[in-house]
Write a new protein. Structure first.
Length: 118
């Protein structure tokens, strides 16, 4: 067998097996590995897109909340990513200023921001 170029020893990006490539750009030992790797890559791309969409869905309401002057304990918990009990504890300990409106506890964005500065 006479090759125009010396075969290049390579490790398959998919199965990790050692193989001899004719071109320096070859990444896979076989068509089979290339096809499988392509499938994996496509699946990862799809997953990443789904994750991105999820993140956007989750952060959209937070952005809306951050624009509001007053928020509820539950909403404050969503923004902070903590439980409502943690927010209520912070209120009880005087770390977070709040007011009561018809039995509902509300927090102003002002006190919310003050809390982060302290
Ligand atoms: Zn392979």
């Amino acid at each position: 067998m006479v090759a125009s170029k010396d075969p290049i020893p390579k490790i398959c990006m998919f199965c990790q097996n050692l193989f001899e490539a004719q071109k320096s750009t070859t990444q896979y030992c076989s068509q089979k590995c290339a096809a499988k790797a392509y499938k994996v890559r496509k699946r990862q791309e799809r997953n990443q897109e789904a994750q991105k969409e999820n993140l956007e869905k989750l952060s959209a309401p937070i952005k809306t909340l951050q624009k509001r002057e007053y928020i509820s304990v539950e909403e404050a918990a969503i923004i902070l990513g903590v439980s409502r009990w943690t927010v209520q504890r912070a209120i009880k300990q005087g770390k977070l200023e709040s007011a009561k409106l018809l039995g509902r506890r509300i927090i102003s964005q002002k006190s919310f921001k003050k809390f982060f500065k302290s």
